[in-house]
Design a protein around this ligand. Structure first.
Ligand code: C2E
Ligand code: MG
Ligand code: MG
Ligand code: MG
Length: 274
């Protein structure tokens, strides 16, 4: 544990946050203020081709920077941002920052793709697809290199607007990935009804490899399902060589996790590429 924390010195989150923001209204107003000041750095975690070690893509992960320089984890403020609707302007800021950063990544034969998380309330905004298309055009960023990560629950709701947005994004050439796969709903009908490009196996299943037989079986069947349906698969939360090996044995080619790298600030990511 101590050893794996060594590389993680950028992941020091504000310990007293819960005490500081016990009051929801207080938190909402500080979120608003932080949005005006744009104090939300976007960090990136490499997604690695486990066979070659090449960086296949990077996931943008937002942080909330405090006046003293410490960072608040998205797990602690995204739910509030969703409830208050502030996720809409925050998500736009993240997308703009992430795309601007990704245009500076070194060009190779296969420049890494950019994955951005999008919450249901953002996806349900009538002009979400337009906003994404504008952002691509402004930066001259190819739609093919953008992945949008959504959750199973968004597809489960089947709202008309979300379905239209989904189609529109895919027609632009953007890939849709299902984040935290397996933690949402047991009903897999949406896999049949929507064309999707990628699923990301939730880290709770990866954590149980190779010791928990249930996790082994779940990951094995998700790989089989994905291969039948033509999805690419990313395994999330890989922390050990043993997990990496099992996943490779299951023919999972893409991996993300502390074993490869923690989320990195933009400059550190550029040195990681080198
Ligand atoms: P996620 O999209 O599933 O992102 C992966 C999370 O797993 C990240 O947490 C990442 O730091 C963490 N992780 C990666 N590798 C490992 C590992 O090996 N072990 C463990 N224990 N964890 C690992 P993070 O950055 O704290 O983000 C948490 C969640 O917050 C994300 O989960 C995502 O749902 C949400 N989030 C982050 N950024 C955004 C954003 O810009 N917009 C929206 N809507 N949600 C975001
Ligand atoms: Mg994600
Ligand atoms: Mg998620
Ligand atoms: Mg996830």
């Amino acid at each position: 544990r101590a050893k794996s924390m060594g590389k993680g010195r950028f992941e020091i989150f504000h310990k007293d946050f819960h005490n500081l923001a016990v009051n929801a209204m207080e938190m909402e107003s500080s979120l608003r203020k932080a949005l005006e000041e744009k104090s939300f750095p976007v960090w990136f975690q490499p997604i690695v081709d486990m066979q070659t070690g090449r960086v296949a893509g990077c996931e943008a992960l937002v942080r909330w920077q405090q006046a003293d320089g410490t960072m608040i984890s998205p797990a602690d403020f995204i739910p509030m941002a969703e409830e208050t609707g502030l996720i809409v302007p925050l998500g736009k800021l993240v997308l703009e920052k992430a795309i601007a950063a990704a245009t500076t990544w070194p060009c190779t034969r296969q420049t890494p793709y950019l994955a951005v998380n999008v919450s249901a309330p953002q996806f349900e905004e009538p002009d979400f697809a337009d906003m994404v298309a504008d952002c691509l055009t402004t930066n001259g960023f190819p739609a093919k290199r953008l992945h949008i990560e959504i959750t199973e629950s968004l597809l489960f709701s089947r709202s008309e607007r979300a379905m239209a947005t989904l189609q529109r994004l895919q027609r632009l050439g953007i890939s849709i990935a299902i984040d935290d796969f397996g933690t949402g709903y047991a009903n897999l009908a949406y896999l049949r009804d929507f064309s999707l490009q990628q699923i990301k196996i939730d880290k709770s299943f990866v954590a149980g490899l190779p010791d928990q037989p249930e996790c082994m079986e779940i990951v094995r069947s998700v790989m089989e399902l994905s291969s039948c349906m033509g999805f690419s698969v990313v395994a999330e939360g890989i922390e050990t060589e043993a997990q990496k090996k099992i996943l490779q044995d299951f023919s999972c080619s893409l991996g993300q996790g502390y074993l490869f790298s923690r989320p990195l600030p933009e400059q550190k990511l550029l040195s990681y590429f080198r």
